[in-house]
Ligand binder design. Sequence first.
Ligand SMILES: Nc1nc2c(ncn2[C@@H]2O[C@H](COP(=O)(O)OP(=O)(O)O)[C@@H](O)[C@H]2O)c(=O)[nH]1
Ligand SMILES: [Mg+2]
Length: 361
Amino acid sequence: MKIGLAGLPMSGKTSIFNMATRAQAQTRDYLVQSDEINNGVVKVPDDRLDFLATIYKPKKTTYATVEFTDIPGISSSDQKSASKTLANIRTCEAIMLVVRLFGGDAVPHIHNKVDPVADLEEICLEFIFSDLEMVTNKIERLNKEMKGTKKPEQIKELELMESLKKTLEENHFISEVPMTEEQAHSLSGYRFLTQKPMLLVGNCSDDQYKNENDPTVVAFKKACAEHKWSPMLISAATEMEISTLSPEEEEMFLAEYGIKESGRNRLIQEAYRLLNYISFLTYGPDEVRAWTITKGTKAQKAAGKIHSDIERGFIRAEVIPFTAFKEKGSVANVKAAGLARLEGKEYAVEDGDMIEFRFNV
Ligand SMILES: Nc1nc2c(ncn2[C@@H]2O[C@H](COP(=O)(O)OP(=O)(O)O)[C@@H](O)[C@H]2O)c(=O)[nH]1
Ligand SMILES: [Mg+2]
């Protein structure tokens, strides 16, 4: 389950990758065509786990993880490398689109000036064209196949493809097309770029970060709003420096500047949410652990994350919401207050549920 960092060259993708993964991949203040792809797995910060660890003092604390991949910039001036880049983005489950808002010495790539609105437009068009090409090819193929006998599912597929084509031609994303679950499922094999969950990241300077009225920031936010995106602002250069500090130094630094949460934590948590992930927690003296599930996952299925035997022999889930645990301080207190619950296999697990599964195999 990868999240792809996409955007124009020199927008700060590698800086953001470094900040998120505490890696030291090569950032560049000049433009080179590089095929270098950086991959990194990062722990999802979770203060609920930290809290549980202080109580249980476990041998091991295991955080949830997400994987980031830093993909060379999209550049319409070089179609061959652009299509390679787009193909790489296609393999990702979700996209973090990095747009440059900061000025500075490093020269912006396409427009030779800082213009996030034009950059965003450019990337959107690249995505749209790329998907349109796939849709057009598919329509051609279907029409050929349907020359003889027409199968009902082919007719349905053609109809859907025609409607996607129209949407794309009108400069809209496939994600904007209302679809039945069945239709969405039938498209999953195509890995359309404009159908993927997308988070917009505005990479800005420290000054812009502090100034809501900065004209570049305002223009960027407005362009995002037109797509119904709510962007996240980050100063990658500063955050990258912060991420080279040790965790203790980082905490001191953030406290000194009155920052509640580092950009790094915000970014990773947003990424997790973007993938539609939540965590349930297990606890005890051996291990305190966060388990990743998709929102809406039922208890029995969630149990299978831990072990297939627990899923197979599922009897019930003993659930304690983390908030109740934090308030009451111990499992015994939570139970005494009547806040522990027994749930069956159809229970939709919620984020932060502390669960003990009962099973029998
Ligand atoms: N001033 C400033 N410079 C940045 C920021 N983010 C990245 N840069 C610089 O912009 C250049 C390109 O960054 P890089 O991460 O390599 O961009 P990429 O091509 O999108 O991977 C480098 O010189 C970075 O140091 C930022 O937030 N502020
Ligand atoms: Mg780079």
